[in-house]
Design a protein. Sequence first.
Length: 269
Amino acid sequence: MTRQGKSISATDRKSKVAVPAVEKALDVLELLARSPDGLTMNEIVDALGRTMGELYRVVVYLAERGFLQQSSDTSRYALTLKLFELAHTHDPTERLIAAGVPLLERIAAATRQSCHLGVLNRTNVLVLASVPSPLPAGYSVRTGALFPVDQTSSGHVILAFSTADIQERYIGRLPKKEQSAVKARLERIRLNGFEDTPSTMIHGVRNLCVPVFDTRGVAAAITSGFIEQRDANTDADAALATIRMTALELSQSLGFLLETSPFETPLTQ
């Protein structure tokens, strides 16, 4: 898969869109997020390397809007719970489904194959949404279905892009004789940016599976159970390319920044 256009570096992007007042406010919020005991105005000024004139009105305004609270005893400013409340206004799962379903429908229409969106749920993969093939007959997975991770491409793709400690916990629970093969599988997926493999559950089905990311990291996986049909309008390679581009579009709609990700190359090559 190739990318269109040239990516903008983080420095270039910052210089083009920077808004001084917003930048100062975010600097204050990020600083206080790292300071659980709070900071005085002078400490904020010193920590950020700015002048009192640059920051005083910003800090006072953030306090007026309820993002900061100043202690009457110590004069220290600290974060309130308002950011937490805002972050939880929209449930991440609901947002994932709302953003994902229209794109799953697009994949199904373009490839004439079913596809589904899965997430890790402890030792299982939970199917959050599923769209069937538009053809009269086909293979599909039921929304709400649970499958053991070891039987799914979705589970392995999500694990491949998860943190090392999550991978180690999963692999550590496997029988010793299976661990090296699973490690190699996860590494292969991470290098390729996807998995294309025969289904272990249904003969004749080819799993095409791609990760989906949000601001926190890998969030889900889109999988199409590709089957050969006489009236199909695309082959598996073309279907995989469609899924990869669509998964990346979904990730970016969820706040994923491709250009700062360590997985930029495998996701776009």
